[in-house]
Design a protein around this ligand. Structure first.
Ligand code: AMP
Ligand code: GLY
Length: 440
């Protein structure tokens, strides 16, 4: 089977690595891929909006499955364009929803209405359009702080402001609705109840009828140690999440995942591919913070190494509508992923610095994202440069192993969080260091 994978980050490197292990795979193409994915398939640049060229490529290479890594092309209608093409219809399966389903991520207002309609637990909310600034301000007067204010559309993970300052909240709403903050994404705002708890992410794969839960993960969004500083795309991940025990995940399955897939069917929204459910654990009860219509980055780098099943076989299950017959087998061990970023991230960074030491890493997977080749030399080329995933017999060992391997990689501007997973360790990680012996 020939596969085209769309994307070029660490998530797609991990997907390419996993897909390449499948006995069902003939050829893997990655658009655009990165220097890490060339070991698993062929990188190429295709303009996804040039339907003629995309069609010619899919037909010539006999592509059966198109896997979409990031949300952008889905929100933008890539699946719809392929499905509407008479020469491609029925020949190729897209892993990722059509535009309508992608609205679960592309519009917070749509997602909230969907959850409300289908009785899926989430924070109470109100949404306001451009001409409702006055109503939005009145709502803030009545609401309890902290205020959670979200731009409706895609804003690269930056469209959420949480503040307890009423004045600032008012300004944020005004800037979004009238001042063009976040552009069109902010022309509608959602103001919601603040949920106090611990965050985690659940993932599933679905053919629109059946769904299979994938391993859960916890992401570390802030740039600084101790969860400080601005939000990023994600600085690390841990899978599984120790506080998401069997009981809790059963609630996620029964109260959130199942009603979501049922709700999509009831609403007549076809959906195939991955669903990423951002959750808050509020005193043992799961609430949805957001849906994403793809896998997470860097969560994918932690969950795919734990997946024992053949990913392409699951995709084949989607293609044939027989996902219900497939089995998801997961490694029990803990995986910890540490992102190696570039100084300055999530703001501007300096690129073009040589990266060395990858060959020294023996006990971990290294996935590439912000990298480029200059001749034979690997260089930095983005905010998040690499991610390193290690296993351990327990969380503590996985943390130590990931940090040890991350330490072997060298480049100017290297920045990483040294505390990924530490908040989840019941006892400090230093416990394994030699204890002082009593003096006799
Ligand atoms: P989102 O883009 O919707 O995932 O929001 C970004 C981050 O804001 C989340 O990862 C949470 O940390 C936080 N957040 C979003 N909504 C809420 C909420 N209702 N209550 C508390 N924190 C929230
Ligand atoms: N790591 C969060 C995301 O992929 O959206």
């Amino acid at each position: 089977m020939n596969v085209l994978l769309i994307g070029g980050g660490g998530r797609e490197h991990a997907m390419a690595w996993k897909i390449s292990q499948s006995s069902l795979l003939d050829e893997l193409y990655i658009c655009t891929g990165n220097p890490g994915t060339v070991r698993h398939g062929r990188n190429l640049a295709l303009d996804l909006h040039d339907q003629k060229k995309l069609r010619a490529f899919i037909l010539e290479k006999k592509i059966r499955i198109v896997v979409v890594g990031p949300e952008g092309p889905l929100v933008d209608g890539l699946h719809d364009r392929i499905a509407a093409d008479p020469q491609l219809a029925g020949k190729v399966t897209v892993i990722g929803p059509r535009m309508e389903g992608a609205k679960l991520e592309g519009s917070k207002d749509f997602a909230k209405e969907f959850m409300f309609r289908h009785n899926i637990p989430t924070a109470a909310h109100r949404s306001f359009s451009k001409d409702q600034l006055k109503e939005a301000q009145e709502h803030l007067d009545r609401a309890q702080p902290p205020y959670v204010i979200k731009a409706d559309g895609l804003a690269n993970g930056k469209g959420v402001v949480i503040t307890s300052d009423r004045k600032e909240a008012g300004k944020v709403v005004k800037d979004m609705l009238e001042g063009g903050r976040f552009g069109a994404a902010g022309e509608r705002v959602v103001i919601e109840q603040f949920l106090k708890g611990i965050e985690l992410s659940a993932f599933l794969i679905t053919d629109g009828e059946a769904f299979k839960m994938l391993p859960s993960a916890k992401d570390y969004k802030r740039i600084g140690v101790g969860d400080t500083g601005p939000n990023t795309g994600g600085m690390g991940a841990v899978s599984p999440v120790p506080f998401a025990d069997k009981d809790f995940m059963q609630k996620v399955h029964d109260r959130i995942a199942a009603p979501t897939i049922r709700g999509l069917r009831k609403d007549g929204i076809p959906y195939s591919g991955f669903l990423f459910i951002g959750l808050m654990n509020v005193n043992g009860e799961p609430y949805v913070i957001e849906y994403n219509v793809r896998l997470g980055d860097p969560e994918t780098q932690a969950i795919l190494p734990r997946l024992r099943s053949d990913l392409l076989d699951l995709f084949e299950g989607i293609a044939s509508g027989t996902l219900s017959e497939r089995h998801v087998d997961v490694d029990d061990r803990t995986a910890v992923t540490v992102v190696l970023a570039n100084e300055g991230y999530p703001n501007e960074v300096q690129n073009g610095n040589p990266i060395t030491g990858l060959e020294l890493v023996r006990d971990a997977y290294v996935f590439q994202s912000g990298t480029a080749m200059s001749g034979d030399q690997l260089q930095t080329a983005g905010g998040r440069v690499l991610s390193v995933t290690a296993f351990g017999k327990d969380l503590e060992q996985a943390i130590l192993s990931a940090q040890r391997s991350a330490g072997l990689i060298v480049y100017e501007g290297k920045y990483l969080r040294t505390d990924i997973g530490l908040d989840l360790v019941k006892q400090p990680a230093t416990r394994t260091s030699p204890q002082p012996q009593p003096v006799k």
